[in-house]
Design a protein around this ligand. Structure first.
Ligand SMILES: [Zn+2]
Length: 289
């Protein structure tokens, strides 16, 4: 039974879509609908929102490892905020919240991307339920021991990542898709609690992250080129060994030398902090149930 659900926005302060969906639901709670679980609307990083920044000191969505949550030597806004959120929604490992839905946006045209950290039947059925009812839904898996995501505070969780939209921008198409996805997740949870879920698909294809590609840099560490136009906007397409991936300022092309893989978050604006160019995944088929 899923009793306590938190709908989280503003884990990244400049991703306005989730933040304003919370705002809308606070103003017009009837639009949330009738649910057989308790729903908490939770704005994660208000200070980052006010500053129109992803974060102030550290990416909040990388700050929820148990080792970091119990480390008193870590300072800065997000480290303290993570501990505070863990007290309010969690604590991780013995959480009072059963399920967290964490709302994000991407500057890459990824459509609707659901990020899972687990592939148990509940999470596979949830992803399948949404994918069967909306267009352009992809599922990614980011598995790691002691996860750093905010949503890992609760045992059940899904990250909803929708794009493309700029940072600090509200777009109706992205907003509507986010709300539709959230409503489908609510519907799934209601059916789950009532033991009325329809038969799921036999299997589901999931993109599993295995690496990240960094932008080319010079000896000073400055960016030395940009994502190749042939790769731009190709989220969740297959990148083949031998394809050009960067164009350097000197005109040279950098050729991809590695295993064929699916690429996403291509030229994501938020990735420039770490000079990342795109994420790399393998497509795997998971049997459901
Ligand atoms: Zn985000």
């Amino acid at each position: 039974m899923i009793n306590q659900v938190a709908l989280v926005g503003g884990t990244h302060g400049n991703e306005l879509t989730g933040i304003y969906l919370l705002h809308k639901y606070r103003q017009y709670p009837k639009l949330i609908g009738n649910n057989n679980f308790e729903l908490e609307l939770f704005l994660a990083n208000e200070k980052a929102l006010k500053a129109n920044k992803r974060y102030l000191d550290r990416d909040l969505n990388r700050s929820f490892k148990l080792t970091d949550l119990s480390d008193d030597s870590l300072f800065g806004h997000e480290n303290e905020l993570a501990k505070d959120i863990n007290q309010k929604l969690g604590p991780k490992g013995g959480s009072r919240t059963d399920m967290i839905i964490d709302l994000h946006t991407s500057t890459a045209p990824m459509g609707i991307n659901l990020v899972l950290t687990k592939t148990d039947t509940f999470h596979l059925m949830l992803a399948d339920f949404v994918q069967q009812r909306m267009d352009n839904v992809s599922i990614t898996l980011e598995k790691m021991p002691d996860h750093h995501f905010l949503m890992s505070v609760a045992p059940q969780h899904v990250l909803v990542e929708i794009g493309a939209t700029a940072q600090g921008q509200l777009r109706q198409d992205v907003f509507d898709k986010t709300e539709e996805t959230v409503q489908l997740i609510f519907k799934f949870l209601n059916l789950y609690n009532n033991h009325q879920l329809p038969q799921p698909s036999e299997s589901i294809d999931i993109y599993q992250y295995f690496d990240v590609m960094f932008l080319p840099t010079d000896l000073n560490g400055d960016i030395a080129g940009m994502v190749h136009h042939g790769v731009q906007d190709r989220d969740f397409s297959l990148l083949k060994n031998g394809e050009p991936i960067f164009t350097l300022f000197n005109g040279d092309e950098v050729i991809y030398d590695g295993e064929d893989c699916y690429i996403s978050f291509i030229n994501e604006a938020a990735y420039y902090d770490d000079k990342k160019a795109f994420a790399m995944s393998r497509k795997k088929t998971f049997h459901i149930g």
